[in-house]
Write a protein that binds this ligand. Sequence first.
Ligand code: MG
Length: 159
Amino acid sequence: MNHVGIGYDVHRLVEGRKLLLGGVDLRHHKGLEGHSDADVLLHAICDAIFGALGEGDIGQLFPNTDPRWHNAPSKIFLHEAARLVNLRGGRIVNIDSTVIAEQPMLAPHLHAMKSNISHILELHPSRLSIKATTNEGLGFLGRDEGIAALAVVSLELPQ
Ligand code: MG
């Protein structure tokens, strides 16, 4: 049976934090604020997987009040999502995602992000799409106050 899940995440851009997207350190002058490493792309993909499984969301599974996840690398969350898919006897059919950021230019880093994520999920890179866009200067994303990500996941589950 095919199950579909959607994920959305946004974090605020601040001085003095690393900018991690898709597990890649972009070496930008600002980074995303959050309890964990605030990797919006990994968080959106996790939420899409948890959604397709009907397993709640990343905030329920990894509460930001839990000191264990303070500055935690978000690949931990993605590993857990992959583990839950395997536990249910399922497999990921494909993932499509979009990162919305005014800066920095993401295109040069998409390959590295894709390679990281497909490695963590043991997913062939042809089944994973990562796209990047700006918000055309509109709203809080357009003012470079934060970065957002959207993801859709299709899973094949025994039932
Ligand atoms: Mg998040």
